[in-house]
Design a protein around this ligand. Structure first.
Ligand code: HEM
Length: 461
């Protein structure tokens, strides 16, 4: 509700910006084309064109990427370099990993909501949180706990969907996925039942709405060069953001305090403390200087963000694609029934309890269909790294300290030069689906995931 007026004020700010900065951009264009332009990536437009194409931003970037694998959008402050070239992506995420990071640009844009969390920090803080997260998720207790939580919420979701199907009623499936993953990730992270799916917890639902809204508004900062002025004047989308973040903070701090009390009253019963927050609170006793309440809040909120939208949006696109490809749907159904060995009329909770790691590992066709979904609709459609010191990209383009390199999994997944002529469609037979049908294993990851994982390993994790 508050998002729309925010968007109007943003649009007004952007239009004013276009007029004010047209002259300045023209000057930069002339300068960049007259001096050493051959060594910089070609210019495909300005950052302001993104505001004009806001509703189709990823398709706009894809369109530009078809003309140039690596290009620049002019910006008043530094070069914004966009790429779909795998060798460049490999260079920034792996080959020259230490020279690229989230940097001041992402930190300044996102810190009001995400604080010093893993998505916005570099260096020691990033390493610290990677270690905490991998330690947290690798303990058997947390794995078992989160598995049970996700399975039980999946069964609740299946009940709700089945009742809509029985009554032949329309419903918005992405909303349900968001609620279900929010419940699961929150329970795993904080040990608390939000019950967004059931809608019984008012404070929990308000938190979830405020968290989603603030996530949307804060992303607008990437295309609104006036956001700092708007924040200073406390107007438009920035005023709304401030209010939403307060709702988020009040809720999270209350939970952290509650959990601290609960843990001290169940000191001898570690089975009651299977959630991630409890593990981190234990850690904070060893390192009270660094693990402040604010830092804990930041770590936890970043985890919720990482787990919730990624899972829910992938599920939404997956269902969208299998609805458009009924024969794929049928094959997945056959595979799942075969591997789970459940009868057709098994209750949802019994069925979901039978889904264990081993059975998931045997669902090759499902895995391939999910990989194909992530190729077309990756959870991070675009991501960026700031260059820390002057560099030359594979292919010879210059990157200066402070320039921002955007790599684009969405556009990469649709490049004919990378995937062949049918790159834009969900391939029922080609690529991974064919490998899965012939019972070869589907890939464990697409290139962006592999590179993100490898970059983490290079970070010593
Ligand atoms: C469909 C499910 C998921 C997919 C496809 C996915 C994919 C990704 C990708 C592509 C990134 C890299 C983004 C970047 O570097 O900016 C990422 C980062 C991350 N993901 Fe996931 N993710 C999923 C679910 C989860 C879940 C359930 C959690 C745990 C709660 C999680 C935790 C994280 C964390 C902590 C990071 C940050 C890593 C870092 O910056 O070093 N993800 N994920």
């Amino acid at each position: 509700m508050d998002f729309f007026p925010g968007f109007i004020s943003l649009a007004a700010a952007v239009l004013a910006g276009l007029l004010l900065l047209a002259t300045c951009t023209r000057a930069v264009l002339i300068r960049s084309s007259s001096s050493s332009s051959s060594r910089y990536p070609p210019v495909a437009g300005t950052v302001f064109h993104q505001a004009l194409n806001f509703r189709r931003l990823h398709d706009y970037h894809t369109q530009l990427s078809r003309k140039h694998k690596t290009f620049r959008l002019l910006s008043p402050l530094c070069h914004h370099i966009y790429t779909v070239d795998p060798t460049v992506v490999e260079h920034i995420l792996k080959g020259n990993f230490e020279n690229y990071g989230k940097g001041w640009y992402n930190y300044t844009n996102l810190k009001d909501l995400f604080g010093d969390g893993i998505f916005v920090v570099d260096g020691d803080k990033w390493r610290h949180q990677r270690k905490l997260a991998s330690f947290g998720f690798s303990t058997k207790a947390i794995k078992d706990f989160s598995g049970a939580v996700f399975r039980s919420n999946a069964a609740k979701l299946a009940h709700i969907i089945a009742s809509y199907a029985d009554s032949n009623e329309k419903f918005e499936i992405q909303g349900l996925f968001m609620k279900s993953t929010m419940d699961s990730i929150f329970r795993t992270a904080f040990g608390v039942e939000l019950n967004c799916l059931g809608g019984s917890d008012h404070a929990g639902s308000e938190f979830a709405k405020a968290f989603d809204a603030s996530g949307e508004i804060i992303t607008l900062r990437y295309i609104n060069v006036f956001w700092k002025i708007m924040r200073f004047l406390n107007i438009g989308s920035e005023a709304t953001l401030k209010k939403k973040i307060k709702v988020v903070d009040d809720f999270v701090y209350k939970l952290i305090h509650l959990r601290i009390q609960q843990i001290s009253s169940t000191a001898n019963d570690s089975t009651k403390n299977e959630d991630i927050l409890s593990r981190f609170l234990e850690e904070s006793k060893k390192d009270p200087q660094n693990m402040s309440l604010k830092y804990l809040r930041d770590i936890m909120l970043n985890l919720v963000l990482a787990g919730k939208d990624s899972t829910a949006s992938t599920l939404s696109w997956f269902f969208y694609l299998i609805c458009k490809n009924p024969s794929v749907q049928e094959k997945i159904y056959q595979e799942v029934m075969e591997v789970i060995e459940a009868s057709e009329d098994a209750a949802f909770d019994v069925f979901s309890r039978n889904i264990i790691d081993e059975s998931l590992n045997n669902m090759h066709y499902l895995h391939a269909a999910l990989s194909e979904t992530l190729r077309l609709y990756p959870v991070a459609p675009i991501d960026n790294k700031v260059c820390f010191s002057d560099d030359i990209l594979p292919g010879g383009y210059i990157v200066r300290k402070g320039d921002i390199v955007f790599y684009q999994p969405y556009a990469m997944g649709r490049m004919e030069c990378l995937w062949g002529e049918d790159a834009e469609i969900f391939r029922q037979r080609g690529g991974w689906m064919m490998m899965a049908s012939s019972s070869l294993k589907a890939p464990t990851s697409s290139q962006p995931f592999r590179l993100v994982r490898e970059s983490a390993e290079r970070g010593g994790l």
